[in-house]
Write a protein that binds this ligand. Structure first.
Ligand code: ADP
Ligand code: MN
Length: 177
């Protein structure tokens, strides 16, 4: 609704997905193409100490949800942000105009996580997270169906197409008048 959109002049996009699906790489490329601001939530939480320790499963800090939301509120109200984080369940629903869930083929994801030097159990947990579409389900539970989009991220071609698709979507986005 117009109230939810908060009269921002530029949209906010959330890029979520299992570790290794390409959130950060895609966000950086999209920020370059659109001049939107890339916010890597894990990095932000680390820099500003908005966390309660390390989450090994998701390879990021266990962020302190209240502190992170307080920190982001002004930027999100202003609009024009690409938020890079695996999960989506604690951000206010009104913040986002698009929620992207990146998805990667199991064997491709396995290779990427191996290259990161993840131990076997951690790779297995993340592959399971991907197989059961945990983060897609989470996004669907927390945002309107029509703003959630699952995008394949197996190859460089996929990534280029995803950046092009999202750039086109952004070009057509209209602020609430
Ligand atoms: P995430 O932020 O989701 O954990 P990254 O963006 O760090 O994932 O990507 C993990 C690794 O996979 C990086 O080495 C990156 O270059 C590679 N990668 C990510 N997406 C793709 C893609 N669509 N095609 C090929 N390689 C990719
Ligand atoms: Mn990342």
């Amino acid at each position: 609704s117009s109230e939810d959109q908060n009269k921002r002049r530029k949209p906010n996009i959330l890029i979520s997905g299992t570790p290794g699906t390409g959130k950060t790489t895609t966000s950086v490329a999209l920020a370059e193409a659109t001049q939107l601001r890339h916010i890597n939530v894990g990095e932000l939480a680390k820099e500003k100490n908005l966390h309660d320790g390390w989450d090994d499963q998701f390879d990021s800090y266990v962020i302190n949800e209240d502190l992170v939301c307080d920190e982001l509120e002004d930027a999100m109200e202003e609009g024009g942000n690409i938020v890079d984080y695996h999960g989506s369940d604690f951000f206010p629903e009104r913040w986002f105009d698009r929620v992207v869930v990146l998805q990667t083929d199991n064997s491709v994801l396995f290779d990427r996580l191996s290259k990161r030097g993840y131990p076997e159990t951690k790779i297995k947990n993340n592959i399971e997270c991907e197989i059961f579409q945990v983060l897609l389900e989470e996004a669907k539970e927390n945002y309107p169906e029509d703003i959630v989009v699952a995008l394949r991220s197996d190859s460089i071609e996929d990534m280029s197409r995803n950046v092009a698709t999202l750039t086109e979507w952004l070009r057509n986005w209209q602020p609430v008048s």
